[in-house]
Write a protein that binds this ligand. Structure first.
Ligand SMILES: Nc1ncnc2c1ncn2[C@@H]1O[C@H](COP(=O)(O)OP(=O)(O)O)[C@@H](O)[C@H]1O
Ligand SMILES: [Mg+2]
Length: 399
């Protein structure tokens, strides 16, 4: 331990120095209070034996200064004194001294008091370290809590959007039904009008060209509207079934239908830069599942794949379904950058995301795994040798 001795009496100083060195301490000495104060700043001793009365700054004043200093480790202070009046001892301890030794010092007393000092210094050092650790944990926990609460708010908002979309889907369904009904009527009217128009074109009137154009384009326009309305209905029905709150909806379910439905719902996220390759097995056995949850799993994997390929600006999403050994196997793979080896475990953790806060919640794969395990299925992941990630899901088939 590094010990500072501040004593103006050279005989006493030397005696203390050699004794402490013999006990294995590193000793630095000061001949007066000013030098002692200087050494205290530079050398950072753990223990200081300060003579009460010495030129420059007195021992008791040094004590006060040491205790006022907040930017250093704890210094255990022993006052060296010939004053043994009760008031003096109290004044010394009040000034911040930890202990005192009377002059001329007794070796045994010195040894045990320095040993006490060493013990206290050790505790203080440990305490200071723990404090630093605690402060670090405290600030990390604070940051984590703030981050988590933001993510939870976002997840909550997304859940609310999900709920709202059931209502929105219903609202869209009504006008879509008018359009569908009216276009059917228009189609029928047109069937009646078409022969009349055709007849007119044969009569060499001045509108012939225009009429021919209408005859050519009208069926296409009607069919275009029909297709559009059909698409709206499919999306709306998809949304409605996705948002349906059904506690007990486990039933025999066809995975291929779930894949089609999920792709339909993700159409918008994929259409600009993702090529879809579907390879869906025919006569696939059913699985016992909540189809809405299976769609949710697929949507999460599809959106993740699309996100992964976004940077390249193009890519291929492949979905295959197969039946094997009493199970149904689904593979979802992409041509994105894949997942770094050191993140292969992390991605399943809740709130792990590499996406910006307004894009990722880090809850997708955590939810995916939860749903699959609830269905007694398995999910695994590997990076393909040619690049990109491939998720493989296996569900027990209904036999
Ligand atoms: N197909 C993929 N390709 C590359 N990285 C992926 C893929 N799927 C998931 N990841 C990584 O796993 C992380 C966690 O995904 P997820 O749990 O769905 O949360 P989020 O999509 O909100 O970030 C993503 O942020 C991404 O880093
Ligand atoms: Mg995701």
């Amino acid at each position: 331990m590094k010990v500072l001795i501040a004593e103006d009496d050279s005989a006493s100083r030397m005696a203390l120095k050699t004794t402490l060195q013999k006990w294995g301490h590193e000793v630095i000495v000061a001949e007066d209070g000013n030098e002692a104060w200087e050494l205290l700043q530079i050398e950072n001793p753990k223990l200081a034996i300060l003579d009460w009365m010495m030129p420059g700054i007195e021992g008791i004043e040094l004590c006060r200064r040491i205790r006022k200093k907040s930017d250093c480790d704890y210094v255990y202070v022993i006052l060296l004194t010939s004053r043994i009046e009760k008031e003096d001892i109290v004044a010394g301890l009040d000034a911040g001294a930890d202990d005192y030794i009377t002059k001329p010092f007794d070796r045994e007393v010195l040894r045990s008091r320095v040993a006490v000092g060493a013990r206290i210094v050790q505790y203080e050092t440990l305490l200071a370290e723990k404090n630093v650790q605690l402060q670090r944990y405290g600030s990390e926990m604070g940051k984590l809590a703030e981050e988590r609460s933001k993510q939870l708010v976002h997840a909550e908002r997304m859940a609310t959007v999900g709920l709202l979309s059931a209502g929105i889907a219903h609202e869209i369904n009504n006008p879509a039904t008018f359009i569908a009904g009216n276009i059917q009527t228009l189609g029928k009217f047109y069937e009646d009008v078409e022969p009349v128009l055709l007849e007119r074109t044969k009569q060499d009137c001045q509108d012939t060209e225009k009429l021919e154009f209408i005859l050519q384009e009208m069926p296409k326009a009607v069919e275009g509207i029909r297709n559009g309305v059909r698409r709206i209905s499919r999306i709306v029905n998809g949304l409605k079934s996705f948002c349906r709150k059904n506690e007990n909806s486990v039933a025999a379910c066809d995975i291929n239908t779930c894949v089609e439905q999920a792709l339909e719902l993700c159409h918008n996220a994929l259409k600009y830069y993702v090529t879809i390759e579907k390879d869906l097995a025919e006569n696939l056995p059913h699985i016992m599942a909540d189809s809405q949850q299976i769609e949710q799993v697929l949507i999460n994997l599809i959106v993740n794949a699309a996100d992964a390929m976004m940077e390249k600006g193009q890519g291929t999403l492949s979905i295959t379904t197969r039946s094997a050994d009493n199970s149904v196997v689904i593979k979802v793979s992409d041509t994105g950058p894949g997942i770094p080896d050191d993140k292969l475990d992390d991605i399943w953790q809740p709130f792990f995301t590499t996406k910006p806060p307004d894009k990722g919640t880090g809850l997708g794969l955590f939810t995916v795994r939860g749903i699959i395990e609830n269905h007694e299925g398995l999910i695994s992941l590997e990076n393909k040798p040619c690049g990109g990630a491939e998720f493989t899901i296996t569900f027990p088939a209904v036999t």
